[in-house]
Design a protein around this ligand. Structure first.
Ligand code: JFZ
Length: 438
């Protein structure tokens, strides 16, 4: 008897620590991971009632406005009645995504403010019940994605600034919200699981769930085992990823990096430095904000974004590029312009990105490499000199050609590898791509 209860305790403890312990992805899930690895480029969408505030004149504020400006729940709850995106045209959004060369969309189903952008039955704090618009935008978007062959992923915030049972509170969503100092954590998790069940039941095939917010309560027990196995039971093929900035937990199917290349930590978010064997994804903003901001015009150039995408691919990582749609339902014209330039680039050079894996030489200052079969693509992004020495590959080099005009690259063997001749007139301002046959 004693032995049995000890065993049960052990089982209990191990589920706490190990998330979805003993998780073996199904074949369908593994196939989706391959699809994900091939896809390389997706659109991140941060859209919610916070978009109406447009940052409130502060260039550093968007979807966090409730917390940053300490808006009590009772006041914030007025926002949904102003949300009426009459120009929302999912066909337009998805066509834009396709033209940009993107293969999937990850959209906020619920952000930290707790507002569901879909028809949730377990909470009336949602777009259908609370806004004059009254329609389920996730449903409309999913239908259009299915039509045009784009996969849809749902961002879901585990952190919730409004739910009374999100208690004890974490680092954010404190006293200003006006919530009582009580609540039942398990009830909150049940609520979250019920919302996830809705998302995985009512919207057909879901590409993935992109979790965020665990970092708000790093020491809490999130009972990941329950949540992850629920998701994989409902849809075994759905890819789970979480923005917890730690090494992946069992049950997760991909690893993400926020606003940094894998292994880098320029933003201070990615402290573990661990790069796992799972498929990787890096997310990035076009200006400095995720949600729509009227005054942040600090847009990254298409050149900069293409180069980051190429470097991400050099790590084998996808590039999830964000836009924050306006409250009228349209995408900012500046963002559309950038996406169209990236799409043209992908149309011309996609061969060196889609379907590739990381190349034999790790990304460094001068650029990155990708590989598909016997072809290695050398991407020269940043190089003043007209020569470049590459370390030797495992396999013998048969030929090296410039991607742009298919002419041969002159090279000399050295003790360490090869020295390439890269004359100025053969260089491409964004990315000089060499096709190396091995
Ligand atoms: C998170 C969200 O907070 C943000 O709104 C956006 O959705 C982004 C994609 O993900 O960003 C974070 C997450 C954690 C920290 C900061 C920003 N953190 O731990 O400081």
């Amino acid at each position: 008897m004693k032995k049995l209860s000890y065993l049960l305790l052990l089982v209990f403890l191990s589920t706490m620590t190990y998330a979805q312990k003993g998780y073996t992805p199904t074949n369908e899930n593994l196939e989706n991971r391959e699809w994900f690895l091939d896809a390389k480029f997706g659109l991140f969408i941060h859209w919610g009632v916070y978009s109406i505030m447009a940052g409130g004149g502060d260039s550093g504020v968007a979807e966090w406005i409730m917390n940053q400006k300490q808006i009590p729940i009772a006041q914030y709850e007025k926002l949904p009645s102003f949300f009426n995106p009459t120009n929302f045209d999912p066909a337009k959004w998805v066509s834009m995504v396709k033209k940009a060369g993107m293969k999937y969309i990850t959209i906020t189903s619920k952000h930290h403010d707790g507002f569901a952008m879909y028809d949730s039955k377990v909470s009336d704090y949602n777009i259908v019940d609370q806004t004059p618009y009254g329609k389920d935008i996730l449903k409309a978007l999913k239908e259009e994605c299915d039509k045009q062959g784009v996969k849809l992923f749902f961002y879901y915030s585990q952190l919730d600034w409004r739910h009374p049972d999100y208690y004890p509170r974490g680092r954010t969503g404190g006293d200003y919200t006006g919530r009582a100092d009580e609540g039942n954590w398990k009830d909150y998790l049940d609520y979250m699981n019920a919302q996830l069940t809705e998302l995985l039941t009512n919207y057909g095939e879901v590409g993935g769930i992109w979790f965020d917010g665990m970092w708000d309560k790093p020491d809490a027990n999130w009972y990941l085992e329950e949540t992850y196995s629920l998701i994989h039971q409902l849809q075994p093929g759905t890819l789970i990823g979480s923005n917890h900035h730690k090494a992946p937990y069992p049950g997760e199917d991909f690893q993400m990096f926020e606003r940094d290349l894998p292994g880098e930590n320029t933003m201070g978010f990615n402290q573990t430095g661990t790069i796992s064997e799972l498929p990787l994804e890096m997310c990035e903003t076009m200006n400095g904000c995720w949600g729509f901001n009227l005054t942040d015009t600090n847009y990254k150039s298409s050149k900069q974004l293409i180069q980051t995408m190429v470097k991400a691919a050099g790590y084998g990582a996808n590039f999830l590029l964000n836009t924050g749609p306006m409250p009228n339902g349209e995408i900012q014209p500046e963002n559309i312009d950038t996406l169209m330039i990236m799409g043209q680039w992908m149309e011309q050079y996609g061969e060196s990105i889609y379907g590739t894996r990381k190349g034999p030489i790790s990304p460094s200052k001068w650029g990155a490499t990708t590989q598909k079969g016997n072809t290695v693509y050398v991407h020269i992004l940043n190089l003043e000199e007209e020569t470049l020495e590459l370390p030797s590959f495992d396999q013998k080099i048969k030929s090296i050609r410039f991607f742009d005009d298919d002419t041969k690259v002159k090279f000399k063997k050295t003790a360490n590898g090869v020295i390439l001749q890269l004359p100025a007139d053969k260089r491409n301002e964004v990315d000089t791509i060499l096709k190396v046959e091995i």
